[in-house]
Design a protein around this ligand. Structure first.
Ligand code: ITT
Length: 450
């Protein structure tokens, strides 16, 4: 099967041919195109579109790739080829990288490869592959190209340039991205491209729109949000001895979910230019559509709270929650994120306060304690998660800490139910959330990964 590749880089062509041996690789230099997009996906699309015009009815692909160094804020990134200036000068690029990292201890980095495809019907698809590692103190090895002599992949004590082509391709960013390409196009045997359906399996344009919205709203994490509200509400029967209006609590949980979705849309709008691999920069969701979604989520939270006739104190807490969300999205202060989730729990406690009584005062200390502990836990996890994109081990551990939130909530709900059986409906609701979370994670692995 023929695959037209938009590149002038002979090293890329060699590696792509090694990784896709059954394809007839046809290089086509997209001469004169300006790679001026802010991210790899944008540049890969610019290059592939330039040649797809010429090869209508065929599969075309472009690879845009580069090195991202944590201590340099992700540089050289999309400027990898011309880090030391025009034209591309590999020794100068490597020398500049070493100079900029002089005296730097944390040398974590990752290679990223983005492959943009245009299928025979003209549909566009985008996939990414990453390879985490670190930058060596000095160059070593003669294989490969570009930054290979300086890059030591995680789990190895040799640079990419000291590995054989097969060893590099098995773990490299390009190898990983091209595995995804194979899942879409087939392995290149005759007729494969027309036989293999790909709707919804790519990350970028042409992938399912629904999937893009599910990714924007990190739908697999959403079930952890009502859990905060349930824990807050369950404190009532245990410490103030009041029965609960379950209906109000459920609606408060729904309002909490909408507020969280408001925050997620706002986060992706704020990071529209910088958060690579998210649906807005990948061009799957327009900025205007995300802005409308942000407004709709906020309006939905207000509407639900009005319908539920939530107590007056819920409103200032919810307003504070919105302020913390907006603050976190713009500053990335870990504490602001912790405060969001602590306030979510507080909102649960306040929403359940439908019967005002003297006993309500009994709740102040347990609620303050629970919200405070929750704030600290989330703050610590957010702080620990920094730099996880350069360290898959850390990413797995953060996944466990975040996934563990729902188990923590359930453990607290079990304890509170043992103290007062009136909290039982909230424990049942918490268990339903756990089932939902597991179902989402199984059905939507692609969304879980983002
Ligand atoms: P085309 O745009 O024509 O494909 P290019 O070399 O300009 O070729 P990019 O804009 O994608 O390609 O820049 C990629 C740069 O990133 C490349 O020049 C290297 O410096 C670096 N790079 C990418 N993949 C690499 C790899 O596997 N090993 C070492 N360096 C790599």
């Amino acid at each position: 099967m023929k695959l037209f590749i938009a590149t002038h880089n002979q090293h890329k062509i060699r590696e792509i041919s090694q990784i896709l041996p059954n394809f007839e690789i046809v290089p086509d230099d997209p001469e004169g195109v300006e790679e001026n997009a802010p991210d790899f996906a944008g540049n890969a699309l610019i290059k592939v579109r330039a040649i797809a015009e010429k090869h209508k009815g065929e599969w075309c692909m472009a690879d845009d790739s580069g090195l991202e160094v944590k201590a340099l804020g992700g540089a050289p990134g999309v400027h990898s080829a011309r880090y030391a200036g025009e034209p591309c000068d590999t020794p100068a690029n490597n020398a500049l990288l070493l100079k900029n990292l002089e005296g730097v201890k944390d040398r974590a980095a990752r290679f990223t490869c983005c492959c943009a495809l245009v299928d025979p019907s003209g549909e566009e698809l985008v996939v990414h592959g990453h390879c985490p590692g670190h930058i060596a103190e000095k160059a070593a090895g003669v294989e490969g190209f570009g930054y290979d002599p300086l890059f030591i992949p995680n789990g190895y004590d040799k640079s990419f340039a000291e590995l054989s082509a097969d060893e590099k391709n098995a773990i490299s960013h390009r190898g990983r991205a091209l595995e995804k390409v194979k899942a879409i196009v087939g392995d290149g045997s005759a007729g494969d491209g027309s036989r293999v359906g790909h709707a919804g399996r790519a990350e970028g344009k042409g992938g399912s729109r629904v999937l893009a919205w599910l990714r924007l709203f990190r739908v697999v994490n959403l079930p952890t949000v009502p859990g905060d509200v349930f824990v807050g509400a369950a404190l009532w029967p245990c410490f103030a001895g009041c029965s609960l209006c379950i209906f109000s609590v459920l609606l408060a949980a729904l309002a909490g979910v909408f507020l969280y979705m408001f925050g997620l849309a706002d986060n992706d709008i704020v990071g529209a230019k910088t958060d690579k691999g998210r649906p807005i920069p990948d061009g799957e969701i327009s900025l205007a559509a995300a802005r409308i979604a942000r407004f709709v989520c906020l309006a939905a939270a207000v509407l639900v709270a009005c319908l539920a006739k939530l107590p007056g104190l819920w409103w200032p807490a919810a307003l504070l929650l919105v302020v913390s969300v907006v603050l976190y999205n713009r500053t990335k202060w870990c504490l602001a994120m912790g405060v969001c989730r602590g306030l979510n729990l507080l909102c649960g406690a306040l929403a359940a306060n439908t019967v005002f009584s003297m006993d309500a005062a009994l709740l102040t200390v347990p609620v303050a304690l629970a919200a405070g502990v929750w704030t600290l836990y989330i703050t610590a996890v957010t702080w620990y998660s920094k730099g996880e994109e350069y360290d898959p081990g850390k990413k797995r551990r953060v996944g466990l800490l975040v996934g563990g939130i729902i188990y923590l909530q359930l453990a607290v709900l079990i304890y509170l139910t043992m103290r007062n059986a009136c909290a039982m409906p909230l424990l049942v609701a918490g268990a339903v959330l756990l089932v939902l979370l597991r179902l989402f994670r199984r059905a939507l692995p692609k969304v879980s990964a983002s």
